[in-house]
Write a protein that binds this ligand. Structure first.
Ligand code: HEM
Length: 209
């Protein structure tokens, strides 16, 4: 008989994460289309360029609210500690599957915690600069302020997009068994022992890591 699964994310956490994920991807694709005309076809799923232009800021507002909720839900587990610093120093062993040389991670490893903080800070930048571009007359009347906001909006988006590609790759292709934690909220004990041994021990009371 297979071992019982461990519960990793509740329904609210999964819904909030997927609202963040879907809105972020929609913003990235429409933003790319606005910035680079050969990619204009990317606006087709939203009904074409004019509709995408109208919807982009509203999707951004939804992203901002969902991101804030995600920060509130997860912040408690995201503070870095001494073990995280040791984990970072051994990250090459994690990447090359030499797990005996990697300090045991808790619910999140140091890379996941850093991703959380980076995306959190970038979200503040996207949303703040996005609101300035949405209401330029009121919020960015000076031309230099508006062009700085635009430049920041684009660079933060590109940076966040690159981290997102890595995040999706790690959560799907690189580490099989991870994606289901965001689908039905559960993971196998074997997965937890391998990737998050300290969390596995906390959940099961077993320390055979
Ligand atoms: C769009 C496709 C996305 C996919 C397929 C995806 C996948 C996942 C998966 C499978 C997990 C669970 C990892 C675990 O159990 O340890 C996760 C966690 C997380 N996701 Fe996503 N995600 C996506 C988008 C996003 C976006 C846009 C953000 C933020 C801007 C984000 C932020 C996070 C954070 C902070 C965590 C917790 C820490 C971590 O695992 O890195 N995700 N995601």
């Amino acid at each position: 008989m297979s071992e019982p699964l461990l519960h990793r994310f509740n329904l609210l956490e999964r819904i909030v994460h997927w609202v963040v994920g879907v809105t972020y991807v929609a913003l990235l694709l429409t933003g790319l289309a606005f910035a680079y005309p050969p990619l204009f076809w990317l606006t087709a799923p939203l009904g074409g360029g004019a509709m995408a232009r109208v919807l982009h800021p509203y999707i951004g507002a939804l992203f901002g609210v969902a991101m804030l909720l995600m920060l509130v839900l997860w912040i408690r587990d995201m503070f870095l500690n001494r073990q995280d610093v040791q984990w970072m120093a051994a990250v090459r062993y994690y990447a090359t599957h030499q797990r005996d040389k990697v300090p045991p991670a808790g619910k999140y490893n140091a890379g996941q915690k850093l991703f959380f903080w980076v995306q959190g800070v970038l979200a503040v930048v996207f949303v703040a600069t996005g609101v300035m571009l949405w209401f330029p007359e009121q919020l960015a009347p000076a031309r230099t302020l508006l062009s700085s906001a635009r430049l920041l909006h684009y660079t933060a988006t590109l940076g966040g997009g690159l981290f997102l590609v890595l995040h999706v790759y790690l959560g799907t292709v690189a580490y099989p068994g991870t994606a289901r934690s965001m689908i039905d909220g559960k993971v196998t004990r074997q997965w937890a022992r391998l990737h998050h041994p300290r969390w596995h021990a906390e959940q099961t009371g077993l320390t055979d890591t």
